[in-house]
Design a protein. Structure first.
Length: 136
């Protein structure tokens, strides 16, 4: 799955159905248009993720799915999400403490942060694909 689709899917559950951004996604608008709508509606994490993916070459760049790229995008997205979280929430504490993806994902899911939990789940899946398997 290309990075643009991953980004859109990770945010899809959190967008108001009557938003311009949701409408742009539904009609398969280009990422630039979706990003502009997201920026206009204050969805800065989504707009930033789309911008970053576009800067890297979008789905045409095979390097986007590499483990190092996933890790750098994940770190950037976590920082963006962290800015919007209240300091006392468990997810924020885990991000600040440098917890494992699995722990942050579980806390995000428990606290109803579905877009963050989805993004982290996808990052876990990417990690699982790139980690060498132990042979027994």
């Amino acid at each position: 799955m290309d990075i643009i689709k991953q980004i859109l899917e990770s945010f899809s559950g959190t967008l108001p159905t009557d938003s311009k951004t949701a409408a742009a996604i539904a009609r398969h608008a280009p990422p630039e248009e979706i990003s502009a709508c997201a920026t206009e509606e204050g969805l800065h994490a989504l707009a930033g993720a789309l911008f970053e993916a576009g800067e890297e070459g979008g789905s045409a760049n095979a390097g986007l799915d590499s483990d190092s790229h996933v890790a750098s995008v994940l770190t950037s997205r976590l920082k963006d999400f962290r800015k919007d979280l209240p300091p006392g929430c468990e997810t924020a504490k885990l991000i600040d403490g440098g917890a494992r993806i699995e722990e942050i994902s579980a806390a995000a899911q428990e606290e109803g942060l579905t877009s963050l939990a989805t993004m982290l789940f996808e990052a876990e899946q990417e990690q699982d694909k790139t980690e060498p398997k132990l042979q027994t």
